[in-house]
Design a protein around this ligand. Structure first.
Ligand code: PMP
Length: 388
């Protein structure tokens, strides 16, 4: 049967986006493609809410976007504060260390966020060139409120770098209003394009700081010296070349960004919030518990859920897969076999989540768990219809 891909990226893509991938590949210098690239850069500003920002579209993954932020902004010996709410927060420390940064990491306990007090204490303690944080950590399903952290960064003259891989185009982001210096993502998540594009928007301040570097960027591919003229060129509808762009993926990106723009970012965020809330209601009706300790810190793009006690995680996931629903296992090494993850971002609909809840319920009943058939579906429906 037809499988429903419900992992937290890659996700189910819109048919129009997939069809766009299949058009005959144009020259990267063809007038139509220049228009597509230029439109995509402009539409990114809309999604990021960053009319002032400088967008970058580069072939690669979300990790390349993280690498690009670090390579361009960090010099040997710069101090960086890494705020971590899981596996991807920790990854930023590895990346920063690679560029010779002096890093301090603030790690949240599993299921929690790092307090603003802890962040401010650290910023008070000594000057930091930059801080990094993860909007939604895909390993824990933890959502962080970026606004007050960006505010602290500004107050202490620190650049703010937000990993938005699991949030951009799904969670609320106001890059300019909040004063975020970097917001980055990959194509395969809520942006809704198959894997292969690194997407990043830099503030004018970030570009200035980069422009005043004392040492050259030590990563050749990620260096903004190579990419900034290309992005400006395409936006001014001039043919430009540094490295061959991922033509078909960018055609798909424009298609998806147009779909997003048509829905409207505010509506899109509301849809994610509404579906996520109803899904959590369904999950708790299955007597299951989510990782985040408060609903305020529960992501709207994915849910991380603990198995019932004593569950064999491998056989649970394969039983779900036999029901044609593909979900993900745990990622955090300490508790890898104790929880699973479900993506609900991008084109996700109520129908998709009913299918997931139905499959979870069937498998739990099959395994002899004491739950009422249909209860989680009813709870989900009622939440969506706001019958409480
Ligand atoms: N950050 C977060 C929050 C992510 O979810 C991911 C991917 N799961 C990454 C970074 C890395 O992105 P990629 O796998 O595209 O390199």
């Amino acid at each position: 049967g037809r499988e429903l891909l419900m992992i937290p990226g890659p996700i189910e893509f819109e048919p129009e986006v997939l069809q766009a991938m299949g058009i005959p590949t144009q020259s990267h210098l063809a007038p139509d493609f220049i228009e597509t690239f230029g439109n995509s850069l402009e539409l990114m500003r809309e999604v990021w809410k960053s009319p002032e920002g400088q967008p970058f579209i580069v072939a690669g993954t979300g990790t390349l976007a993280m690498d690009m932020a670090a390579a361009n902004l960090i010099e040997q010996g710069d101090r960086v504060l890494v705020i971590s709410t899981g596996y991807f927060g920790d990854r930023f420390k590895d990346i920063m260390d690679r560029y010779g940064a002096e890093t301090t990491i603030l790690e949240a306990p599993i299921g929690e966020v790092v307090s603003l007090e802890a962040i401010e204490n650290e910023l008070k303690n000594r000057p930091y060139k930059a801080l990094t944080f993860t909007h939604v950590d895909t390993s824990t399903g933890i959502l962080v409120d970026p606004a007050p952290i960006a505010q602290l960064a500004r107050q202490y003259e620190t650049l703010s770098i937000l990993d938005g891989v699991c949030s951009v185009a799904g969670e609320e982001i106001k890059q300019d209003e909040w004063g975020l210096d970097i917001v980055l993502t990959g194509s395969q998540k809520a942006i809704g394009v198959p894997p292969g594009l690194a997407l990043l928007v830099a503030s004018q301040k970030a570009i200035e700081v980069w422009g005043k570097r004392k040492t050259p960027v030590s990563n050749y591919y990620a260096d903004w010296h190579n990419w900034l003229p290309i992005m400006k060129g395409y936006e001014e509808r001039r043919p430009s070349y540094f490295g061959t762009p991922a033509v078909n993926l960018i055609v798909a990106l424009e298609t998806s960004l147009k779909i997003i723009s048509k829905e409207g970012m505010n509506e899109r965020v509301k849809r994610h919030q509404k579906l996520a809330k109803a899904f959590r209601t369904g999950i708790s009706s299955l007597n299951l518990t989510i990782l985040p300790k408060t609903t305020q810190s529960a992501a709207n793009t994915l849910s991380a859920v603990y198995y019932p006690k004593g569950m064999d995680s491998g056989s649970f996931l394969s039983k779900i897969a036999h029901n044609n629903v593909i979900i993900a296992g745990g990622l955090l090494s300490e508790i890898k076999t104790e929880y699973f993850r479900i993506g609900h971002m991008g084109s996700v609909s109520a129908n998709d989540l009913l299918a997931v809840l139905g499959a979870l319920e069937r498998v739990l009943l099959e395994l002899g768990h004491d739950i009422d058939s249909g209860k989680c579906l009813q709870a989900f429906q009622n939440e969506l219809l706001e019958i409480n």
